[in-house]
Design a protein around this ligand. Structure first.
Ligand code: NAP
Length: 251
């Protein structure tokens, strides 16, 4: 009589659209206290359902300490597929503290008819393979541009959410401030206007930044696609609904 199921405190390691969707879904489902964690890379992140904390934990041990202090009942690693350090830390911290941890991982993109993709291992490979004289759209975060600095024979257009640090750019680089375009038509207009001949991007998957690839397909532009890193250890979920089921099944 009057038995109340205790609320579970769930830490979502976020910074992705999927993590934001999960926070909203768990809030709506009820029975959870949600804490979303962001690295603090974006100066003005969008608002999230539940609570938010910002900044690194100080490695796996720091995260394990955070989990013990609150305490956290379950961790969802919903970070970007290329955020490999955070994913490894989450795995190790969950192991150290004995809490369940699950990964929300979106599928990667696959080339379809009309796509001209060249899969590369990393930014360095892409930088080496770009042909002389190309005008290249780099759909990469500011911390992944260093490999392209030596290619003074190319022109680069870089889209970033926040302005770059002073002195970080070169004469042959142009910065466009903003988020990925939401339609292929908008991306096509941008690529045509800037005379783009090649794209470089990571195989992030998801819908948020797919429009650039549709535009590249329509314009027959070659894409240097940086391959996914290895998958984190299971359990892995492909959707927020699967994560909800996983969390509801915990004792
Ligand atoms: P990373 O290289 O795997 O992580 C580097 C360090 O940043 C981690 O060791 C951790 O510091 C801190 N960190 C990362 N994610 C965090 C989070 N959600 N909450 C608190 N601290 C976090 O990660 P990254 O590739 O720089 O990505 C950083 C954030 O941006 C992630 O939240 C990710 O989801 C998001 N994001 C990344 C990409 C991308 O292309 N990599 C794209 C879109 C969004 P401590 O060791 O001190 O805990």
């Amino acid at each position: 009589m009057g038995d109340q199921v205790a609320e579970k405190t769930v830490l979502i390691l976020g910074g992705t659209r999927e993590a934001a969707g999960l926070a909203a879904l768990l809030t709506e489902a009820g029975g959870f206290r949600i804490i979303s964690s962001l690295a603090g890379r974006t100066r003005a992140p969008g608002s999230l359902a539940g609570e938010t904390r910002i900044g690194g934990f100080g490695g796996a041990k720091g995260l394990a300490q955070y989990i013990a202090d609150l305490p956290i009942d379950a961790v969802v690693d919903a970070t970007h597929p290329f955020a490999t350090r955070m994913s490894r830390n989450a795995e190790e911290a969950a192991h150290l503290s004995g809490v369940p941890r699950v990964v929300l991982l979106r599928d990667g993109w696959s080339a379809g008819p009309g796509d001209d993709w060249r899969e590369v291992k990393d930014e360095r490979d892409a930088a080496e393979l770009l042909p002389a004289g190309a005008t290249v759209f780099l759909a990469l975060g500011s911390q992944h541009l260093a490999a392209f600095r030596e290619r003074t024979d190319l022109s680069f257009i870089v889209r970033m959410i926040d302005p770059p640090e002073q002195g970080a750019m070169r004469d042959n680089w142009e910065v466009i401030l903003g988020r990925p375009g939401t339609s292929a038509a908008a991306e096509q207009a941008l690529f045509s206007g800037k005379g783009i001949t090649h794209l470089v991007c990571r195989n992030s998957g998801g819908s948020a930044s797919f429009a650039k690839l549709e535009a590249a397909r329509k314009m027959r532009l070659p894409v240097f696609m940086i391959a996914r890193p290895g998958k984190p250890q299971p359990p892995l979920c492909g959707t927020a609904a699967e994560v909800l089921e996983f969390l509801q099944a915990l004792a």
